[in-house]
Design a protein around this ligand. Structure first.
Ligand code: AMP
Length: 449
Protein backbone atom coordinates (compact mmCIF):
# COMPACT_ATOMS: atom_id res chain seq x y z
CA UNK A 1 0.00 0.00 0.00
CA UNK A 2 1.31 3.43 -0.88
CA UNK A 3 0.14 6.93 0.03
CA UNK A 4 -0.76 7.41 -3.66
CA UNK A 5 -3.57 4.84 -3.28
CA UNK A 6 -5.47 6.66 -0.55
CA UNK A 7 -7.14 9.42 -2.56
CA UNK A 8 -5.19 12.29 -0.97
CA UNK A 9 -4.60 15.53 -2.88
CA UNK A 10 -1.35 16.25 -4.71
CA UNK A 11 -0.40 19.01 -2.29
CA UNK A 12 -0.82 16.69 0.67
CA UNK A 13 1.12 13.91 -1.04
CA UNK A 14 3.99 16.33 -1.63
CA UNK A 15 3.99 17.26 2.07
CA UNK A 16 3.92 13.58 3.07
CA UNK A 17 6.95 12.96 0.89
CA UNK A 18 8.72 15.95 2.40
CA UNK A 19 8.00 14.49 5.87
CA UNK A 20 9.93 11.39 4.84
CA UNK A 21 7.04 8.94 5.22
CA UNK A 22 7.37 6.14 2.72
CA UNK A 23 4.25 4.14 3.45
CA UNK A 24 1.04 4.67 5.39
CA UNK A 25 0.71 3.12 8.84
CA UNK A 26 -2.20 0.64 9.25
CA UNK A 27 -4.56 3.27 10.72
CA UNK A 28 -3.74 5.64 7.87
CA UNK A 29 -4.21 2.95 5.21
CA UNK A 30 -7.54 1.92 6.69
CA UNK A 31 -9.03 5.26 7.70
CA UNK A 32 -7.93 7.78 5.07
CA UNK A 33 -9.92 6.42 2.09
CA UNK A 34 -13.13 6.53 4.20
CA UNK A 35 -12.47 10.04 5.46
CA UNK A 36 -11.93 11.14 1.86
CA UNK A 37 -15.37 9.71 1.06
CA UNK A 38 -16.95 11.82 3.83
CA UNK A 39 -17.72 8.80 6.00
CA UNK A 40 -17.80 8.96 9.79
CA UNK A 41 -14.91 6.99 11.27
CA UNK A 42 -14.53 5.33 14.64
CA UNK A 43 -10.80 4.73 15.05
CA UNK A 44 -9.63 2.55 17.90
CA UNK A 45 -5.97 3.36 18.05
CA UNK A 46 -3.46 4.72 20.45
CA UNK A 47 -0.81 7.36 19.96
CA UNK A 48 2.29 6.22 18.17
CA UNK A 49 0.24 4.51 15.48
CA UNK A 50 0.22 7.55 13.18
CA UNK A 51 -3.39 8.39 13.99
CA UNK A 52 -2.89 12.16 13.85
CA UNK A 53 -1.97 11.98 10.17
CA UNK A 54 -4.89 9.61 9.59
CA UNK A 55 -7.27 12.53 10.16
CA UNK A 56 -5.14 15.60 9.37
CA UNK A 57 -4.00 14.47 5.90
CA UNK A 58 -7.50 13.79 4.47
CA UNK A 59 -8.83 16.87 6.26
CA UNK A 60 -6.32 19.08 4.45
CA UNK A 61 -7.21 17.44 1.14
CA UNK A 62 -10.93 18.05 1.73
CA UNK A 63 -10.36 21.67 2.80
CA UNK A 64 -8.76 22.59 -0.50
CA UNK A 65 -12.27 23.23 -1.81
CA UNK A 66 -14.03 26.18 -0.21
CA UNK A 67 -13.08 29.12 2.00
CA UNK A 68 -13.30 29.98 5.66
CA UNK A 69 -15.67 32.68 6.89
CA UNK A 70 -15.17 35.02 9.81
CA UNK A 71 -15.62 33.35 13.19
CA UNK A 72 -16.85 30.16 11.53
CA UNK A 73 -14.20 27.44 11.56
CA UNK A 74 -14.68 24.82 8.88
CA UNK A 75 -13.24 21.98 10.88
CA UNK A 76 -12.87 21.42 14.60
CA UNK A 77 -10.38 19.13 16.34
CA UNK A 78 -10.98 18.49 20.05
CA UNK A 79 -8.02 17.41 22.16
CA UNK A 80 -8.00 16.64 25.90
CA UNK A 81 -4.78 18.51 26.76
CA UNK A 82 -3.01 21.65 25.64
CA UNK A 83 0.10 19.69 24.74
CA UNK A 84 -1.81 17.37 22.46
CA UNK A 85 -3.56 20.31 20.83
CA UNK A 86 -0.23 22.04 20.28
CA UNK A 87 1.18 18.84 18.87
CA UNK A 88 -1.63 18.44 16.38
CA UNK A 89 -1.01 22.05 15.34
CA UNK A 90 2.65 21.22 14.82
CA UNK A 91 1.68 18.25 12.65
CA UNK A 92 -0.73 20.38 10.64
CA UNK A 93 1.89 23.04 10.06
CA UNK A 94 4.18 20.36 8.69
CA UNK A 95 1.57 18.79 6.42
CA UNK A 96 -0.01 22.06 5.21
CA UNK A 97 3.17 23.67 3.93
CA UNK A 98 1.75 23.68 0.38
CA UNK A 99 -1.63 25.10 1.44
CA UNK A 100 -2.86 28.53 2.33
CA UNK A 101 -5.03 27.37 5.19
CA UNK A 102 -5.44 29.04 8.55
CA UNK A 103 -5.02 26.96 11.68
CA UNK A 104 -6.16 28.44 15.01
CA UNK A 105 -5.52 27.03 18.46
CA UNK A 106 -7.75 27.58 21.47
CA UNK A 107 -6.14 26.20 24.59
CA UNK A 108 -5.92 27.26 28.19
CA UNK A 109 -2.85 28.99 29.51
CA UNK A 110 -2.20 31.10 26.41
CA UNK A 111 -3.46 34.52 25.37
CA UNK A 112 -6.72 34.66 23.45
CA UNK A 113 -5.81 37.69 21.38
CA UNK A 114 -3.70 36.19 18.63
CA UNK A 115 -6.13 33.30 18.17
CA UNK A 116 -9.15 35.58 18.11
CA UNK A 117 -7.56 37.54 15.29
CA UNK A 118 -7.20 34.33 13.32
CA UNK A 119 -10.77 33.30 14.09
CA UNK A 120 -12.00 36.74 13.09
CA UNK A 121 -10.26 36.49 9.74
CA UNK A 122 -11.63 32.98 9.25
CA UNK A 123 -9.99 29.72 10.37
CA UNK A 124 -10.05 26.61 8.22
CA UNK A 125 -9.04 24.43 11.14
CA UNK A 126 -9.64 25.07 14.81
CA UNK A 127 -7.86 22.89 17.37
CA UNK A 128 -9.27 23.29 20.86
CA UNK A 129 -9.56 21.86 24.32
CA UNK A 130 -13.26 21.53 25.27
CA UNK A 131 -13.36 24.02 28.16
CA UNK A 132 -11.65 26.82 26.31
CA UNK A 133 -13.83 26.30 23.26
CA UNK A 134 -17.05 26.54 25.27
CA UNK A 135 -15.70 29.62 27.00
CA UNK A 136 -15.14 31.32 23.64
CA UNK A 137 -18.51 30.22 22.38
CA UNK A 138 -20.23 31.64 25.44
CA UNK A 139 -18.48 34.94 24.86
CA UNK A 140 -19.85 35.02 21.33
CA UNK A 141 -16.41 34.88 19.74
CA UNK A 142 -17.09 31.83 17.64
CA UNK A 143 -19.89 30.25 15.61
CA UNK A 144 -20.08 26.50 15.19
CA UNK A 145 -22.53 26.42 12.32
CA UNK A 146 -19.83 26.20 9.65
CA UNK A 147 -18.13 23.07 11.00
CA UNK A 148 -17.95 20.46 8.24
CA UNK A 149 -15.66 17.98 9.97
CA UNK A 150 -15.48 17.34 13.72
CA UNK A 151 -12.61 15.31 15.18
CA UNK A 152 -12.83 13.98 18.73
CA UNK A 153 -9.39 12.70 19.60
CA UNK A 154 -8.33 10.63 22.62
CA UNK A 155 -11.93 10.15 23.71
CA UNK A 156 -11.04 7.82 26.57
CA UNK A 157 -8.70 10.42 27.99
CA UNK A 158 -11.50 12.99 27.69
CA UNK A 159 -13.53 10.62 29.83
CA UNK A 160 -10.74 10.32 32.43
CA UNK A 161 -10.53 14.09 32.61
CA UNK A 162 -14.27 14.59 33.02
CA UNK A 163 -14.81 16.27 29.64
CA UNK A 164 -17.65 14.09 28.39
CA UNK A 165 -20.46 16.57 29.27
CA UNK A 166 -18.53 19.29 27.42
CA UNK A 167 -18.08 17.04 24.40
CA UNK A 168 -21.78 16.27 24.37
CA UNK A 169 -22.56 19.99 24.44
CA UNK A 170 -20.16 20.72 21.60
CA UNK A 171 -21.50 17.85 19.47
CA UNK A 172 -24.96 19.37 19.77
CA UNK A 173 -23.67 22.80 18.72
CA UNK A 174 -22.11 21.72 15.41
CA UNK A 175 -24.32 20.95 12.39
CA UNK A 176 -25.99 17.56 12.32
CA UNK A 177 -24.75 17.05 8.75
CA UNK A 178 -21.08 17.28 9.68
CA UNK A 179 -18.62 14.43 9.25
CA UNK A 180 -17.35 13.04 12.57
CA UNK A 181 -14.03 11.31 13.18
CA UNK A 182 -13.76 9.76 16.61
CA UNK A 183 -10.58 8.27 18.08
CA UNK A 184 -10.03 6.39 21.28
CA UNK A 185 -7.38 3.96 22.50
CA UNK A 186 -9.98 1.96 24.42
CA UNK A 187 -13.74 1.63 24.29
CA UNK A 188 -15.21 1.69 27.81
CA UNK A 189 -19.05 1.69 27.89
CA UNK A 190 -19.33 5.49 28.29
CA UNK A 191 -17.23 6.03 25.19
CA UNK A 192 -19.23 3.48 23.24
CA UNK A 193 -22.41 5.31 24.21
CA UNK A 194 -20.95 8.61 23.07
CA UNK A 195 -19.81 7.11 19.76
CA UNK A 196 -23.24 5.58 19.16
CA UNK A 197 -24.90 8.89 19.90
CA UNK A 198 -22.79 11.12 17.69
CA UNK A 199 -21.48 9.02 14.81
CA UNK A 200 -23.64 8.13 11.84
CA UNK A 201 -23.08 4.73 10.33
CA UNK A 202 -19.34 4.89 11.05
CA UNK A 203 -16.61 2.77 9.56
CA UNK A 204 -14.78 1.15 12.44
CA UNK A 205 -11.02 0.87 12.19
CA UNK A 206 -9.11 -0.95 14.90
CA UNK A 207 -5.35 -1.09 14.68
CA UNK A 208 -4.00 -2.60 17.86
CA UNK A 209 -5.45 -3.58 21.16
CA UNK A 210 -4.68 -0.99 23.77
CA UNK A 211 -3.57 -3.88 25.88
CA UNK A 212 -0.73 -4.94 23.64
CA UNK A 213 2.83 -3.84 24.30
CA UNK A 214 5.39 -3.78 21.55
CA UNK A 215 7.72 -6.76 21.23
CA UNK A 216 10.60 -4.33 20.83
CA UNK A 217 10.29 -3.17 24.46
CA UNK A 218 12.16 -5.09 27.15
CA UNK A 219 10.16 -4.79 30.35
CA UNK A 220 11.42 -5.19 33.91
CA UNK A 221 9.87 -4.95 37.34
CA UNK A 222 12.09 -4.01 40.28
CA UNK A 223 11.06 -4.51 43.90
CA UNK A 224 11.33 -1.60 46.30
CA UNK A 225 10.20 -0.69 49.78
CA UNK A 226 7.43 1.86 49.94
CA UNK A 227 9.42 4.76 51.36
CA UNK A 228 9.95 7.47 48.80
CA UNK A 229 13.62 7.95 49.57
CA UNK A 230 14.21 4.25 48.86
CA UNK A 231 12.32 4.48 45.60
CA UNK A 232 14.30 7.54 44.58
CA UNK A 233 17.62 5.84 45.39
CA UNK A 234 16.56 2.78 43.44
CA UNK A 235 15.52 4.92 40.49
CA UNK A 236 18.89 6.67 40.40
CA UNK A 237 20.61 3.31 40.44
CA UNK A 238 18.43 2.08 37.58
CA UNK A 239 19.26 5.21 35.60
CA UNK A 240 22.97 4.90 36.27
CA UNK A 241 23.05 1.22 35.34
CA UNK A 242 20.74 1.35 32.34
CA UNK A 243 22.39 0.17 29.17
CA UNK A 244 22.35 2.37 26.09
CA UNK A 245 20.41 5.06 27.88
CA UNK A 246 19.99 8.04 25.57
CA UNK A 247 17.06 9.70 27.25
CA UNK A 248 14.16 8.61 29.38
CA UNK A 249 10.77 9.49 30.74
CA UNK A 250 10.04 8.86 34.40
CA UNK A 251 6.33 8.50 35.13
CA UNK A 252 4.76 9.23 38.51
CA UNK A 253 1.14 8.74 39.52
CA UNK A 254 0.84 12.05 41.32
CA UNK A 255 1.70 15.61 40.31
CA UNK A 256 3.27 16.19 43.69
CA UNK A 257 5.64 13.27 43.15
CA UNK A 258 6.63 14.66 39.77
CA UNK A 259 7.72 17.91 41.39
CA UNK A 260 9.48 16.21 44.31
CA UNK A 261 11.27 13.69 42.16
CA UNK A 262 12.41 16.34 39.75
CA UNK A 263 13.84 18.43 42.60
CA UNK A 264 15.59 15.37 43.98
CA UNK A 265 17.13 14.34 40.65
CA UNK A 266 18.15 17.91 39.97
CA UNK A 267 19.82 18.09 43.37
CA UNK A 268 21.72 14.92 42.54
CA UNK A 269 23.07 16.45 39.37
CA UNK A 270 20.88 14.78 36.76
CA UNK A 271 19.76 16.69 33.71
CA UNK A 272 16.00 16.52 34.20
CA UNK A 273 12.81 18.49 33.63
CA UNK A 274 9.29 18.13 35.00
CA UNK A 275 5.95 18.05 33.23
CA UNK A 276 2.72 18.09 35.20
CA UNK A 277 -0.71 19.63 35.01
CA UNK A 278 -0.12 22.38 37.59
CA UNK A 279 2.67 24.00 35.62
CA UNK A 280 1.88 27.00 33.48
CA UNK A 281 1.82 26.55 29.76
CA UNK A 282 5.07 28.42 29.13
CA UNK A 283 7.11 26.18 31.42
CA UNK A 284 5.48 23.05 30.05
CA UNK A 285 6.29 24.02 26.48
CA UNK A 286 9.84 25.02 27.42
CA UNK A 287 10.46 21.71 29.23
CA UNK A 288 9.10 19.69 26.37
CA UNK A 289 11.21 21.58 23.87
CA UNK A 290 14.33 21.14 26.00
CA UNK A 291 13.67 17.40 26.09
CA UNK A 292 13.01 17.16 22.36
CA UNK A 293 16.18 19.15 21.64
CA UNK A 294 18.21 16.85 23.94
CA UNK A 295 19.01 19.73 26.28
CA UNK A 296 17.68 17.62 29.14
CA UNK A 297 17.91 13.84 29.23
CA UNK A 298 15.19 12.89 31.68
CA UNK A 299 11.59 14.02 31.67
CA UNK A 300 9.63 13.47 34.87
CA UNK A 301 5.95 13.38 33.99
CA UNK A 302 2.45 12.55 35.10
CA UNK A 303 0.17 10.52 32.85
CA UNK A 304 -2.12 13.36 31.89
CA UNK A 305 0.72 15.73 31.04
CA UNK A 306 2.52 13.16 28.95
CA UNK A 307 -0.47 11.66 27.22
CA UNK A 308 0.14 11.29 23.52
CA UNK A 309 3.17 13.53 23.41
CA UNK A 310 5.10 12.96 20.28
CA UNK A 311 8.64 12.49 21.49
CA UNK A 312 10.41 10.30 19.01
CA UNK A 313 13.07 7.83 20.02
CA UNK A 314 12.95 7.67 23.79
CA UNK A 315 15.31 4.88 24.83
CA UNK A 316 13.97 4.21 28.35
CA UNK A 317 10.79 4.53 30.37
CA UNK A 318 10.90 4.39 34.15
CA UNK A 319 7.69 3.84 36.08
CA UNK A 320 8.33 5.38 39.48
CA UNK A 321 4.98 3.93 40.60
CA UNK A 322 2.78 1.13 39.35
CA UNK A 323 0.14 3.08 37.39
CA UNK A 324 -3.34 3.07 38.89
CA UNK A 325 -4.95 2.21 35.55
CA UNK A 326 -3.36 -0.76 33.87
CA UNK A 327 -3.92 0.87 30.48
CA UNK A 328 -1.71 3.76 31.50
CA UNK A 329 1.15 1.27 31.69
CA UNK A 330 0.65 0.44 28.03
CA UNK A 331 0.60 4.14 27.16
CA UNK A 332 3.61 4.91 29.32
CA UNK A 333 5.90 2.25 27.97
CA UNK A 334 4.63 2.95 24.46
CA UNK A 335 6.82 6.09 24.61
CA UNK A 336 9.76 3.79 23.84
CA UNK A 337 10.28 1.00 21.31
CA UNK A 338 8.51 3.01 18.61
CA UNK A 339 8.70 2.29 14.90
CA UNK A 340 10.57 -0.97 15.44
CA UNK A 341 13.32 0.57 17.58
CA UNK A 342 14.46 -1.13 20.78
CA UNK A 343 13.36 0.26 24.12
CA UNK A 344 13.54 -0.64 27.79
CA UNK A 345 10.92 -0.06 30.46
CA UNK A 346 11.38 -0.42 34.22
CA UNK A 347 8.66 -0.42 36.83
CA UNK A 348 9.40 0.15 40.52
CA UNK A 349 7.00 -2.06 42.48
CA UNK A 350 6.34 -1.83 46.23
CA UNK A 351 4.73 -4.52 48.42
CA UNK A 352 1.47 -2.57 48.47
CA UNK A 353 1.05 -2.45 44.71
CA UNK A 354 0.12 -6.07 44.10
CA UNK A 355 -3.32 -5.34 42.68
CA UNK A 356 -2.09 -2.79 40.16
CA UNK A 357 0.83 -4.98 39.14
CA UNK A 358 -1.32 -8.04 38.57
CA UNK A 359 -3.86 -6.00 36.61
CA UNK A 360 -1.07 -4.95 34.25
CA UNK A 361 0.19 -8.48 33.71
CA UNK A 362 -3.38 -9.58 33.03
CA UNK A 363 -4.00 -6.76 30.57
CA UNK A 364 -0.82 -7.27 28.57
CA UNK A 365 -1.20 -11.04 28.91
CA UNK A 366 2.45 -11.40 29.78
CA UNK A 367 4.64 -11.96 32.82
CA UNK A 368 7.02 -9.10 33.45
CA UNK A 369 10.57 -10.19 34.33
CA UNK A 370 11.92 -9.19 37.73
CA UNK A 371 15.28 -7.56 37.94
CA UNK A 372 16.54 -9.17 41.13
CA UNK A 373 14.12 -10.69 43.63
CA UNK A 374 10.40 -10.51 43.16
CA UNK A 375 8.61 -8.20 45.57
CA UNK A 376 7.10 -9.87 48.63
CA UNK A 377 3.48 -8.82 48.52
CA UNK A 378 2.12 -7.27 51.65
CA UNK A 379 -1.02 -9.24 52.40
CA UNK A 380 -2.10 -6.73 55.01
CA UNK A 381 -1.72 -3.80 52.63
CA UNK A 382 -5.45 -3.21 52.31
CA UNK A 383 -6.02 -3.42 56.05
CA UNK A 384 -3.09 -1.18 56.79
CA UNK A 385 -4.28 1.47 54.42
CA UNK A 386 -7.64 1.57 56.10
CA UNK A 387 -6.67 1.13 59.71
CA UNK A 388 -3.26 2.64 60.34
CA UNK A 389 -2.46 6.26 60.19
CA UNK A 390 1.00 7.57 59.65
CA UNK A 391 3.68 7.47 57.09
CA UNK A 392 3.62 3.83 56.04
CA UNK A 393 0.15 4.46 54.61
CA UNK A 394 0.79 7.67 52.81
CA UNK A 395 4.35 8.62 53.55
CA UNK A 396 4.18 11.78 51.55
CA UNK A 397 1.37 13.44 53.32
CA UNK A 398 3.07 13.71 56.64
CA UNK A 399 6.35 14.55 55.03
CA UNK A 400 5.06 17.31 52.85
CA UNK A 401 4.21 19.22 55.99
CA UNK A 402 7.68 18.72 57.39
CA UNK A 403 10.34 21.37 56.86
CA UNK A 404 12.52 20.94 53.82
CA UNK A 405 15.52 19.91 55.82
CA UNK A 406 13.73 16.96 57.33
CA UNK A 407 12.78 15.90 53.87
CA UNK A 408 16.34 15.85 52.72
CA UNK A 409 17.56 14.15 55.87
CA UNK A 410 15.05 11.43 55.31
CA UNK A 411 16.29 10.87 51.83
CA UNK A 412 19.80 10.29 53.14
CA UNK A 413 18.74 8.11 56.06
CA UNK A 414 21.02 5.09 56.30
CA UNK A 415 18.53 2.28 55.96
CA UNK A 416 18.07 -0.40 53.42
CA UNK A 417 15.81 -3.38 53.45
CA UNK A 418 14.96 -5.05 50.25
CA UNK A 419 16.82 -2.87 47.78
CA UNK A 420 20.10 -4.29 49.03
CA UNK A 421 19.47 -7.77 47.63
CA UNK A 422 18.49 -6.54 44.25
CA UNK A 423 21.00 -3.91 43.51
CA UNK A 424 23.81 -4.56 45.93
CA UNK A 425 25.76 -1.31 45.84
CA UNK A 426 22.99 0.91 47.14
CA UNK A 427 24.40 2.82 50.07
CA UNK A 428 22.08 5.17 51.85
CA UNK A 429 24.60 6.70 54.16
CA UNK A 430 25.00 9.68 51.90
CA UNK A 431 22.65 9.76 48.97
CA UNK A 432 24.61 12.41 47.15
CA UNK A 433 27.83 10.55 47.55
CA UNK A 434 26.44 7.13 46.70
CA UNK A 435 24.29 7.90 43.70
CA UNK A 436 24.25 11.47 42.75
CA UNK A 437 27.86 12.50 43.19
CA UNK A 438 28.66 13.93 39.81
CA UNK A 439 31.46 11.45 39.28
CA UNK A 440 28.87 8.64 39.24
CA UNK A 441 26.45 10.27 36.84
CA UNK A 442 27.10 9.46 33.18
CA UNK A 443 28.41 12.60 31.50
CA UNK A 444 25.45 13.07 29.14
CA UNK A 445 23.04 13.01 32.04
CA UNK A 446 24.82 15.74 33.96
CA UNK A 447 22.94 18.89 34.64
CA UNK A 448 24.72 21.62 32.77
CA UNK A 449 23.13 24.26 34.99
P1 AMP B 1 0.85 9.75 16.19
O1 AMP B 1 0.34 8.38 16.49
O2 AMP B 1 -0.06 10.52 15.32
O3 AMP B 1 1.24 10.49 17.44
O4 AMP B 1 2.20 9.60 15.34
C1 AMP B 1 3.35 9.02 15.87
C2 AMP B 1 4.61 9.37 15.08
O5 AMP B 1 4.61 8.70 13.82
C3 AMP B 1 4.78 10.85 14.74
O6 AMP B 1 6.14 11.17 15.03
C4 AMP B 1 4.53 10.96 13.25
O7 AMP B 1 5.28 12.02 12.70
C5 AMP B 1 5.00 9.61 12.77
N1 AMP B 1 4.31 9.13 11.55
C6 AMP B 1 3.02 9.31 11.23
N2 AMP B 1 2.76 8.69 10.06
C7 AMP B 1 3.89 8.09 9.65
C8 AMP B 1 4.26 7.29 8.51
N3 AMP B 1 3.35 6.98 7.59
N4 AMP B 1 5.52 6.87 8.42
C9 AMP B 1 6.42 7.18 9.40
N5 AMP B 1 6.17 7.93 10.48
C10 AMP B 1 4.90 8.38 10.61
Amino acid sequence: MSFDDLGLSKKVLAAVEASGYTEPTPIQAQAIPHVMQHRDVLGIAQTGTGKTASFTLPMLSLLEKGRARARMPRTLILEPTRELAAQVEENLNKYSQNHKLTVALLIGGTSFEEQFKKLDRGADILIATPGRLLDCFDRGKILMTGVEVLVIDEADRMLDMGFIPDIEKICKMVPFTRQTLFFSATMPPEIERLANQFLQNPVQVTVARASSTSETITQYAVASEIEDWEKRALLRKLIDDAEELKNGIVFCNRKRDVANLWKSLDRHGYSAGALHGDMDQTSRTATLKAFKDNKISLLIASDVAARGLDIPDVSHVFNFDVPVNAEDYVHRIGRTGRAGRKGTAYMVVTPEEQKGFEAIEKLIDKEIDWLGDKVEWDERAGKKRRGKKGKSDRPEKSRSKAPKQANEAEEARPRNRRGKDIIPEIDHSDATHAFGGEEHVPAFLLNAG
